[in-house]
Write a protein that binds this ligand. Structure first.
Ligand code: TLP
Length: 345
């Protein structure tokens, strides 16, 4: 089998997940009658320290549902210029919600400067949109998979409270952040009014994300999910895999982080490869090809021929993502494939 490091979204469900899916007890979730979805939502709310939760088809829809629940047309959301929500979610908040994104620079560690957040909050003036929401991302995908600390998140939470704004966290990989920082995910989510996390990435489930918040917020978000076409019926088939993910995948994420460090060390020893500063923070290794090395596309083809799948971020960079299906042997095969690919000149 190929070693696939293109993303942790490529993860296949485990046998245990497939078995749980096959025997899942189901009902119509739009009526709130799917016991497996209800169980998953209860578990997720507990783990994130929130009152309630809602199973939703994807991280993108989870973020969008959160934003549309917090904001109305003409409102503004303050977020990072490297945020997934800003860059890779097809402008959904603007296209579907009339919500104006106000992007401020992400610092290399994935954070936003709290002073800049505060400065971006609009004055009450008819010329301006209404500042309503701050969005953070933890871990931060484009910033190397960096984990945002509980202390930092509290600081942003204080800005939000002081200025009367809500705080949403795109926590697609919040359990990776929790593992890296050695704190419960609930502590990282504590200052936020809402948080989305993904079952279908490092947690290995085939489909789905969960949006968590207080009871009133989630009740309102359910109507938005319906508007977006995300009300699913016997979704317990999918939620069953999500339950196995929460039961079996959360505590093992530190293994992926350890392998990411091993992979980084192995790659750093290859002439022509440079590690990006700070990498890896969690399960992502960001590398750069030195001047004189072949272009990333060519290197990707060569490592593919050696059974390793990687995707260039640009002409000279790769993001390599560790997950459940990449074991120690996969790490060694990857290092060997890059070594051979670069030795070929
Ligand atoms: N990220 C994917 C791609 O879209 C880039 C990946 O391979 O990393 N928030 C964050 C931080 C994400 O990284 C992603 C997916 C999402 C949201 C969206 O999740 P889905 O794909 O479930 O809509």
């Amino acid at each position: 089998m190929d070693v696939d490091l293109r993303s942790d979204t490529v993860t296949q469900p485990t046998e245990e997940m497939r078995a749980a899916m096959a025997r899942a007890e189901v009902g119509d979730d739009v009526f709130g009658e799917d016991p497996t979805v209800n169980r998953l939502e209860g578990m997720a709310a507990d783990m994130l320290g929130k009152e309630a939760a809602m199973f939703i088809p994807s991280g993108t829809m989870g973020n969008l549902a959160a934003i549309l629940t917090h904001c109305t047309r003409g409102d503004e959301a303050i977020l990072g210029d490297l945020a997934h929500t800003f860059l890779y979610e097809a402008g959904g908040m603007a296209a579907l919600g009339g919500v104006h994104p106000r992007a401020i620079p992400n610092r290399p560690d994935g954070t936003l400067d709290p002073a800049q957040i505060e400065a971006a909050v609009r004055a009450d003036d008819v010329h301006f949109p209404v500042s309503r929401l701050i969005c953070l991302e933890n871990t931060h995908n484009r910033c190397g998979g960096a984990a945002l600390s509980a202390e930092y998140t509290r600081l942003v939470g204080e800005v939000a409270r002081r200025r009367g704004l809500a705080l949403h966290i795109d926590g697609a990989r919040i359990f990776n952040a929790a593992a890296a920082l050695g704190v419960p995910a609930a502590e990282l989510a504590g200052p936020a009014d809402s948080v989305t996390f993904c079952l279908s990435k490092a947690l290995c489930a085939p489909v789905g994300s969960v949006l968590c918040g207080d009871g009133v917020f989630i009740r309102r978000a359910r109507r938005i999910r319906k508007q977006l076409g995300g009300g699913m019926r016997q979704a317990g088939i999918l939620a069953a895999a999500g339950i196995v993910a929460l039961e079996t995948m959360v505590d093992r994420l530190a293994e992926d982080h350890l392998r990411a460090r091993r992979l980084a060390a192995g790659l750093a020893a290859i002439p022509g490869i440079q590690l990006e500063p700070g990498t890896p923070h969690t399960n992502m290794v960001y590398i750069r090809l030195a001047d004189g090395a072949p272009e990333a596309g060519r290197v990707a083809e060569r490592v593919r021929a050696r059974g390793v799948r990687v995707e260039p971020r640009d002409a000279r960079r790769f993001r390599l993502v560790l997950h459940y299906w990449v074991d120690d042997d996969g790490v060694e095969r990857t290092v060997a494939a890059f070594r051979e690919a670069l030795a070929a000149g």
